[in-house]
Design a protein around this ligand. Structure first.
Ligand code: BGC
Length: 733
């Protein structure tokens, strides 16, 4: 017989192990396996294919519980599996084609603005806010998490993504995804992977070696997935090294599921499934199946599974993965409830991101912040008397009451009427008038050069707004500002040296007029409170702290690819059929040296470097130390040496690795400091940044040798340096 204490210990042990078993049984994996085991064969192809949830197709009646949005996947009532109600996207709840009449949503600033904050906590808050709005509108899947790194500054979707760097993109997108999913909804990360251009996006074949792939675009996805734990990964339209990404055994089965141990499901992009074999190659769900040639993941998949045990096993796995994402995020236990969204909260979050995301690129003679003594200000162009620009395509968000202006961009296809430059209801001119109390503020449209120059001559200060609209489905041809705006700025700046340029662009632009201007602000697409945020920075209520998340090149000739593939040589055959010649985007030219790394490799100076941005105060760094061992971390002191509160973004770069010169962002921190205040900051270096991918050993190899780091204000403004010796090491994929 046991004595009393031993007895109670034994009971405790028993209870503990019983609770471990109970916990295991209720883990998302266990629940998914249990539900899948109860499915009939017919039920096994319910979650695997969805429909477009838009009442656009004649005769299509949406299911009663569907919400008009991007997509819908029916649930299985008998098993308590909820239907999936999908909405775009990373910048807020989109209003696809403006068809959901009920409501507006808060438009966040562009992804590039979120990237420019270099503030992961703020990205998370943004994700939480848009996820809460999605939930309040009845959605439980958000097609958010755009994380493709900017391989080409002309990419039409640059504004939806974060940056050109895998670490910055992965961290910011991962936090945004975690924020979205904190609302008991599933988020994606997308578009997996190498969706680097919109030109012929459904046909272009991205060529990239495994080493280059792992160290660049894939690393961004890997970090975002680790941080954000998205329930789903959306594959892309393009091919990679031959197969379509949604049909790529290497990308989906090997990299994502085996090497990274990803437990969620892969959904296709809308109309990107080439055939049933995609299931074998790792695709788990066919989205909006009517956009593909056939509903492959419906009856054909059921028939294949009935005949082929391997396909039957795969089908079970597909279901378990979708169910895992549902249970891990509590879609079954916390269904979305339609409710009023918190509009004030939405606007406050959008404004906070805009204020931290706007980048001050130039400030000659400290013309900014504008003095309260300015007497006359003329605001020119960019519809600044109306609203702020937003990007086009599936991510288009519409605020309360819809856009304040929508300018058709033309075209004659069936969808041409949907292609519009939309402006949000946030009026920069009004916001400037509120701030410029003592000044006479006037506005001219900027469509007449003579009128604009005349007004500029008469005013003390000129603020020119310039816009560049980008959209999914098309790329920028030349990085010039459209509609003669480059000429307008040049002429106005010539007429008045106190010319301040505010850019609302979808990505980098060339600035042939730069030297003539007094100041330049990159405001991106600044979202639902963009006008107020711009004015707040112009007049110094907000001290700018945005830093560029990508290089602004000085010339198209400096890019790794002078032309976007397919842009000049191929046009699609009528009906959107494939072009006559295959289109290859050769990403091995820059390889994993994307953006600033390419500039470091080639020695070409940028117009504005990655990580660059000015402030109204000043900062100094000292005391850089690096500690080695299992985990490399660097510490340094940042001091606000100016006279205003401000936030700095010190950046740690790896500049040489075991004898090889290179440049990689290895860590960063956003630090808010009062005048005179100093803080010791420490950043931990992800070992993958130090490593090279070694395909033969399927892992990351850190070579023994000396590793040199530099602390910088931007990729081209490096201050203190320090070196550390590292042992050789092989890390798992
Ligand atoms: C886009 C996706 C989007 C989907 C649904 C596609 O055209 O590439 O990003 O989520 O449409 O709207």
């Amino acid at each position: 017989m046991m004595n009393a204490p031993t007895h109670s210990i034994a009971i405790l042990a028993l209870l503990c192990s019983a609770s471990a078993v109970a916990q295991k049984a209720s883990s998302p994996e266990a629940k998914a396996a249990a539900t899948e085991a109860r499915m009939t064969d017919d039920e096994r192809v319910i979650l695997t294919n969805g429909i477009l949830a838009l009442p656009l197709i004649p005769g299509l009646k949406l299911p009663d519980d569907a919400v008009a949005g991007s997509g819908y996947v029916p649930g299985i009532l008998r098993l308590g599996v909820p239907s999936l109600k999908e909405t775009d996207a990373s910048l807020g709840v989109s209003s696809v084609f403006g068809l959901r009449k009920d409501d507006g949503a808060t438009a966040l600033p562009a992804g590039t603005a979120i990237g420019s904050t270099w503030n992961p906590a703020l990205a998370r808050i943004g994700g939480e806010m848009i996820g809460a709005e999605a939930r309040a509108k009845g959605f439980n899947v958000m097609l958010a998490g755009g994380v493709n790194i900017m391989r080409d500054p002309r990419n039409g979707r640059t504004f939806e993504y974060i940056s050109e760097d895998p670490l910055l993109s992965g961290i910011i997108a991962g936090e945004a995804v975690a924020g979205v999913q904190s609302n008991h909804i599933i988020s994606t990360v997308k578009h997996f992977a190498f969706n680097g251009q919109e030109t012929q996006r459904s046909y272009v074949n991205a060529l990239i070696s495994e080493e280059n792939a792992r160290e660049s675009d894939l690393l961004a996805f890997q970090i975002a997935i680790e941080r954000g734990k998205p329930g789903s990964v959306m594959c892309a339209y393009n091919r990679v090294n031959g197969p379509y990404t949604c049909d790529s055994d290497w990308l989906l089965n090997k990299v994502l599921k085996r090497d990274w141990g990803y437990k969620g499901f892969v959904m296709s992009d809308w109309g990107s499934v080439p055939g049933l074999q995609a299931a074998t190659n790792g695709l788990d769900q066919q989205s909006a199946a009517m956009l593909d040639k056939a509903n492959y993941f419906g009856a054909p998949l059921a028939q294949a599974a009935a005949k082929d045990p391997a396909m039957a096993a795969r089908l079970k796995d597909m279901n378990r993965r979708i169910l895992y994402a549902i249970y891990a995020n509590g879609l079954d236990t916390h269904p979305p409830v339609k409710a009023a969204r918190d509009k004030a909260r939405g606007l406050a979050v959008a404004e906070a991101i805009a204020k931290e995301g706007i980048v001050l690129l130039r400030n000659e003679r400290n013309i900014l912040p504008l003095a309260a003594t300015a007497r006359s200000i003329v605001v020119i162009g960019g519809y600044a008397d109306t609203g702020v620009l937003s990007g086009g395509g599936s991510s288009q968000v519409q605020g309360e009451g819809g856009p304040v202006a929508a300018i058709p961009v033309g075209g004659d296809g069936p969808m041409a009427f949907l292609s519009q430059e939309q402006y949000h209801r946030s009026n920069p001119l009004t916001a400037i008038k509120v701030q410029a109390k003592g000044a006479k503020v006037s506005f001219v449209r900027g469509n007449s050069l003579g009128e604009a120059v005349d007004a500029a001559r008469k005013a003390e200060v000129v603020i020119v707004f310039a816009t560049e609209w980008r959209s999914e489905g098309t790329d920028s041809i030349d990085l010039a500002l459209p509609n003669g705006q480059d000429q307008l700025i040049a002429a106005v700046a010539e007429a008045n040296p106190n010319t301040i340029v505010v850019l609302e662009t979808g990505g980098p632009v060339l600035m042939p007029w730069l030297g003539k201007t007094a100041a330049v602000l990159e405001a991106w697409y600044p979202g639902a409170r963009g006008g107020e945020a711009i004015a707040s920075i112009l007049f110094g209520q907000t001290n700018p702290s945005g830093r560029l998340p990508m290089t602004f090149p000085a010339s198209l000739d400096d890019l790794p690819r002078r032309w976007i593939e397919g842009e000049r040589t191929n046009s699609l055959a009528p009906g959107g059929e494939p072009p006559a010649q295959e289109v290859h985007a050769d990403y091995n030219v820059d390889g994993s040296d994307v953006g600033y790394r390419w500039h470091a490799r080639t020695g070409k100076p940028a117009l504005f470097a990655f990580g660059y941005g000015l402030t109204y105060t000043s900062f100094a760094y000292d005391g850089l130390r690096v500690t080695g061992g299992r985990q490399i971390s660097a510490s340094f002191t940042v001091r606000n040496t100016g006279e205003r509160d401000g936030a700095d973004v010190p950046q740690l770069y790896l500049v040489s690795a075991a004898g090889r010169r290179l440049q990689r962002l290895a860590g960063f921190e956003k630090v808010m400091l009062k005048p005179g205040e100093a803080r010791r900051v420490s950043v931990t270096v992800d070992p993958r940044i130090l490593a090279e991918w070694e395909s033969a050993r399927n892992g990351w190899r850190i070579e023994a040798g000396t590793y040199e780091f530099a602390l910088g204000r931007s990729a081209s403004d490096l201050k203190e340096r320090i070196a550390v010796r590292l042992q050789s090491k092989l890390l798992k994929p």
